[in-house]
Design a protein around this ligand. Structure first.
Ligand code: ADP
Length: 662
């Protein structure tokens, strides 16, 4: 089976990125001329932006400091973009440009301005970038909100609110910007009070770049304070690679305060590991991922030799809401010699590690590298292999802490299960990271590893047994487990859609083959005891008539009827033959509308069960048929299969019950 089937087993959404129209001119309010200039226009936020804005202001109230992180991060991105574009178009960056970010405070008007000399925005860009949320799944995301403030603020954190977070503390936000590609009289002023609409007008502006001014709400005046803002920069933006400058906080009345750089201003991944503090790693993660929570772990490396590059990889602590959208952002931030090249460079990690965030900075790639070149460059493959190993090692390390690993597994386990098919070379490494529910642990948690299973195997046991079902409880209560429970043999309870397919990819672990307990003749190998074999032979003789009669009755329903040795408590069960597709896999494929070859199953009856004894002795043919068919239907019910004719089953059962009550 190929990777395309994966989509069926992984619960991947098939949503396409549908960009909303870039902006919605407010036809209902009409474009009105403002007082200041003739060119000022009022426009409405895209409706989703409006909804998000509203939600965010309410949910992120306890986290309001992050506005500065978001603005500085946008400023830094804008500088990265200009530096990148200047590689191919030298004219857009005047010689000697020193990139930097400034934060100014106006104590009188209680406003804070963040300025950069980055790429800037044209009027059209300001309208579309600041008035729209052009991300796939936005409305789905909004639907998933619960109304519970705490939960929602986490979700919003994962969504990444960026620029809009300004409205948590500001009454009004004014953005002035001049694109590096346009002249000084084609600059733009964008302003909004964070309600339904925003204004835009063309202005004159000498400097290339952007300044964002927040007019603070009266309740948030504390942010118009030099010390407070320095603290926030240190905490959230120290790692930003360009200098962030602020005026010194005045100490003497008559002295004009000087400028000072308030951050370390060195790309974090270029520093040595021993130099970077834990908190700095965490904040850097939050800045590049727009996540609010600390990551689970990270791995920072420098590679020297034939290929030279640094990488800093993170495992988030929560799966993003769009992990299963086909077009959701994934991949690393790519830098070449400290110059930002692109976001979402997905060529450096396989799809099953799409939840990993981070940066890779290469010394060898050309600065004009494009996605197309990345796809062809052979050095990318070897970087991808090395980064994949690093990521898997990082996950393996995480697995030594059981509790932490369990949280990781609940977030990303399903994605990791795609690994063995996509990345055959690392199949064994990935197999060690897998976790399943099992009959031993008696809880729904997937916390048994394959190594743990093999370690606990009976000395004579040769196979890794599993049962696959629609959900945990059906798996746990499957009649196929009876003999295993009696003999104390552990069985893995597979209940994720992808599981059976996964096991098919793996085939074996540590030299032990996987065996579906509902497939083929139950062969316990050397676990079978001699006395059982003897009893089996006797039963074969004793019950041969019964088996033939049932076979005749069910001839169009089943492939075969035989005695079973896998049941202790149930009268009967259904199994598939060794080479047929497992039942759970069949259900998944059918529900996805795939054609699945017809195949009949084998009906196994338990000679030690009183109902089967009774059936054997039954001479009245109507009663025999009724009882046999009831037992047959019950075998289906017990494994979670729907009956084709439930009413017939009920009628037969009632006949039998009536006789019983006389
Ligand atoms: P994000 O940064 O996640 O894309 P934001 O809402 O923070 O989302 O910003 C939206 C867009 O506005 C950015 O992608 C960028 O194109 C533009 N933008 C924001 N701030 C600036 C800035 N300082 N300079 C240039 N463009 C900016």
């Amino acid at each position: 089976m190929g990777l395309q089937e994966l989509q069926i087993f992984a619960v991947a959404g098939v949503e396409n990125r549908q960009l909303a129209p870039n902006f919605l001119p407010c036809t209902d309010i009409g474009i009105r001329n403002s007082m200041s200039t003739e060119k000022k226009e009022t426009m409405g936020f895209q409706s989703e932006a409006k909804q998000l804005l509203h939600l965010m202001i309410h949910s992120l109230y306890s986290n309001k400091e992050i506005f500065l992180r978001e603005l500085v991060s946008n400023a830094n991105d804008a500088i990265d973009k200009l530096r990148f574009e200047a590689l191919s178009d030298g004219k857009i960056m005047p010689e000697g440009t020193e990139f930097g970010i400034r934060i100014d405070i106006d104590e009188e008007t209680k406003s804070v301005t963040v300025s950069d000399n980055g790429i800037g925005m044209s009027k059209e860009e300001a309208i579309s970038n600041l008035g729209t949320i052009a991300r796939s799944g936005t409305s789905q995301f909004l639907d998933s909100l619960t109304g519970d403030q705490k939960k929602d603020s986490q979700l919003i954190g994962q969504f990444g609110v960026g620029f809009y977070s300004s409205f948590i503390i500001a009454d009004e936000v004014v953005v002035e910007s001049r694109s590096a590609k346009l002249s000084s009289d084609e600059a733009v002023r964008w302003s909004s009070k964070g309600e339904a609409e925003f204004d835009v007008e063309t202005i004159k502006r000498e400097e290339v770049g952007t300044s964002v001014t927040l007019k603070l709400k009266s309740s948030e005046a504390e942010f118009a304070d030099g010390w407070r803002l320095r603290g926030i920069v240190k905490k959230y933006a120290d790692h930003v690679a360009v200098p962030i400058t602020m005026k010194q906080v005045a100490t003497e009345e008559d002295k004009e305060p000087e400028d000072e750089v308030v951050n370390t201003a060195k790309a974090l991944w270029t520093r040595s590991r021993s130099e970077v503090k834990e908190d700095e790693y965490k904040e850097f993660y939050k800045a590049i991922s727009h996540d609010f929570q600390d990551p689970f772990s990270w791995s920072h490396n420098k590679v020297e030799g034939k290929l030279e590059y640094s990488s800093l990889l993170y495992i988030p602590s929560k799966a993003p809401f769009d992990l299963w959208h086909r077009d959701s952002p994934r991949g690393l931030k790519l830098y070449v010699q400290r110059v930002f090249i692109m976001d979402e460079a997905e060529q450096f990690l396989p799809l099953y590690l799409r939840f990993i965030r981070g940066v890779v900075d290469s010394n060898d790639l050309p600065l004009n590298v494009s996605r197309e070149i990345l796809q062809k460059d052979p050095s990318i493959d070897s970087m991808k292999n090395a980064l994949t190993k690093r990521a898997l090692d990082m996950i393996e390390k995480l697995s030594s802490d059981e509790e932490k690993y369990h949280s990781f597994w609940s977030e990303f386990g399903q994605v990791l299960k795609e690994g063995p098919a996509e990345d055959f070379g690392n199949k064994d490494k990935i197999a060690k990271l897998l976790r399943f529910a099992s009959t031993e642990s008696k809880e729904e948690k997937q916390n048994q590893s394959l190594a743990g299973y093999v370690e606990q195997m009976k000395p004579e046991q040769e196979k890794i047994f599993y049962v696959a079902a629609e959900n945990y409880h059906t798996a746990l209560n499957s009649p196929h487990l009876e003999i295993f429970n009696q003999e104390g043999i552990e069985v893995l309870l597979l209940h994720d859609r992808i599981d059976e397919w996964l096991v098919g990819q793996l085939q074996e672990f540590d030299g032990k083959a996987f065996q579906d307990v509902a497939k083929g003749e139950l062969d316990l190998g050397s676990l079978d005891k001699d006395k059982d074999k003897k009893k089996k032979e006797e039963d074969e003789k004793k019950f041969s008539d019964l088996v033939s009669k049932v076979k005749e009755l069910l001839s169009d329903k089943v492939e075969d009827v035989r005695l079973t040795n896998r049941l202790t408590d149930s009268p009967a069960c259904l199994v598939v033959s060794e080479d047929d597709m497992g039942m759970q896999m069949r259900r998944v494929l059918e529900s996805a509308g795939q054609a699945v070859p017809e195949s009949k199953r084998i009906f196994e009856v338990n000679p030690s069960h009183p109902l089967v004894e009774k059936l054997k002795k039954e001479e009245d043919s109507d009663r025999f048929n009724n009882l046999a068919l009831v037992i047959f239907d019950q075998a289906k019910l017990a494994e979670g299969t729907q009956l084709e004719e439930p009413a017939n089953y009920v009628a037969r059962l009632n006949d039998l019950l009536l006789e019983l009550v006389g």
